[in-house]
Structures are given as structure tokens and as C-alpha cells.
Design a protein around this ligand. Structure first.
Ligand code: ADP
Ligand code: MG
Length: 224
């Protein structure tokens, strides 16, 4: 199995040394391989978002190692870590965070232009991604003209625009009704299977978790 994400002994303490100090992660370890979809399940407040931010290089752990594609991210300077994040990590959140003034297509094109992809190629890739989630007929719609489930499917396409190795999703269906959750989840699985990327998905929905390859639970700061 080829490891995309490796977490070893991850600790995270907020407000260290202050009266409101809180130790959220206490030595969490996990690996996610290419093509694997892992569910991250735990009650609210137990550190799922913290763990995803650390895995996605948006935050640094208090202790422990984050490996991305075999490279120790702690050994990189901030600049190279940011580069690694932009090139290799896609994020999806509970709310889509699409740019409201741009069309679905443009929301998927823009990150590619920022990555020096030529416009024609970027548009072609955006259309392919939209087609793979059944939204090629919504390319010219703005986010406000899309349903919640459609917005979230566009957000997945945007996260994958630059071909990351790792997809991190933080309660991506948390804001959707059960039927829509299902559609969005199926679209996500299709994208993952098609691209062979590694995915770590925080969810409250145990039915969805059961349909992923594996479930890990955050329990008292450890992954079990
Ligand atoms: P989850 O995503 O599972 O709901 P979080 O990772 O958001 O959990 O939060 C875990 C704990 O860490 C919570 O008690 C939260 O209040 C605390 N926390 C999260 N972010 C911060 C921060 N930036 N500063 C201080 N405490 C934080
Ligand atoms: Mg959270």
C-alpha cells in the first residue's frame, strides 16, 4: 500500500500554560493510502477539525510527525509547507465556501489559473470534473442558483481541481438532508475511485462512515 498521509504521535494543546489550556490530541496516529477512503468519527468537540487542519498543513501539531507522500512536513520551512499544501491537499468543509460572484465552472478554473494552468486546459478539466459528479449542465450557474447538494458537489470538484493526492473533508454532508447527503457521498466516492486519491472524511453520519473503506474514531485524543 502506498502511504499518502502519515500521522505519528500527534499531540495538540491549545492555550498551553494558561488556565484555559486544553489538550485535544494526545498521540494520534494514522496512515491513509492512495485510493483509500477513511471515515473520522467522533462527537463534537473531540478534535476532528483540529486533526484535519494538522493533516492538511493548515496548523502545526504541538508534537508528532505529519508525513505527506513520504516527506516529513515538520522538516520543511513555512514556504515549502504551503507549496506542499497547495499542490497536494484538497479541502471540503461543511459549507461550500464557493465564490458567490463566479460560476460553478469558474470556481473550479480559478485555483488552476493560480497554479499556472493555461485557461483552455483548466476549463476542460473543470468540465470533466463537473461531468463526473453529474453537473456538466450547471457549469454556468452561480452558487446561489444551485441547490445545497449541487453546491457541495462543485466544492468537491474545486478541491480536486489541481489534482491533489489527499482530500480532507470536514463534515461535508453535515448541512444536507439525508437524500442529498447520499447523492453527494456517491459523487465523492466516484471522484475518489476515479482519481485514486486518499481521503479522510470527518462525519457524524454513521451510515456514510460504514460505506467508506475504514473508520477511525477519536477517543480522548487518540485514534482507535
Ligand atoms: P470537532 O471538530 O471534533 O468538533 P475541534 O477540533 O473543532 O473538534 O475542537 C476540539 C476542542 O479544541 C474543542 O474543545 C475546541 O473548543 C478546542 N479548540 C479548537 N480550536 C481551538 C483554538 N484555535 N483555540 C482554542 N481551543 C480550540
Ligand atoms: Mg469540527
Amino acid at each position: 500500500m502506498s502511504e499518502v498521509l502519515g500521522l505519528d504521535g500527534i499531540e495538540k494543546t491549545y492555550n498551553a500554560g494558561k488556565p484555559n489550556e486544553i489538550k485535544v490530541l494526545r498521540g494520534a496516529g494514522l496512515t491513509v493510502a492512495a485510493g483509500e477512503v477513511v471515515a473520522l468519527v467522533a462527537p463534537s468537540g473531540s478534535g476532528k477539525s483540529t486533526l484535519l487542519h494538522i493533516a492538511g498543513l493548515l496548523d502545526t501539531p504541538t508534537a508528532g510527525t505529519v508525513r505527506l507522500l513520504g516527506e516529513d512536513m515538520g522538516s520543511l520551512g513555512d514556504g515549502r509547507r504551503t507549496e506542499a499544501r497547495r499542490a497536494q491537499v484538497g479541502f471540503v468543509y461543511q459549507f461550500h465556501h464557493l465564490l458567490p460572484e463566479f460560476t460553478a465552472l469558474e470556481n473550479i478554473v480559478l485555483p488552476q489559473l493560480a497554479n499556472a494552468v493555461e485557461r483552455g486546459a483548466a476549463e476542460a478539466r473543470a468540465m470533466d470534473l463537473l461531468a463526473s459528479v453529474g453537473l456538466d449542465n450547471r457549469a454556468s450557474h452561480r452558487p446561489a442558483e444551485l441547490s445545497g447538494g449541487e453546491q457541495q458537489r462543485v466544492a468537491f470538484c474545486r478541491a480536486l481541481a489541481n489534482g491533489p493526492a489527499l482530500l480532507l473533508a470536514d463534515e461535508p454532508t453535515g448541512n444536507l438532508d439525508p437524500g442529498t447527503s447520499d447523492t453527494v457521498f456517491q459523487a465523492l466516492m466516484a471522484l475518489v475511485r476515479e482519481t485514486g486519491l486518499a481521503a479522510l472524511i470527518a462525519t457524524h453520519n454513521l451510515d456514510l462512515a460504514a460505506r467508506m473503506d475504514r473508520t477511525v474514531r477519536l477517543d480522548n485524543g487518540l485514534l482507535v
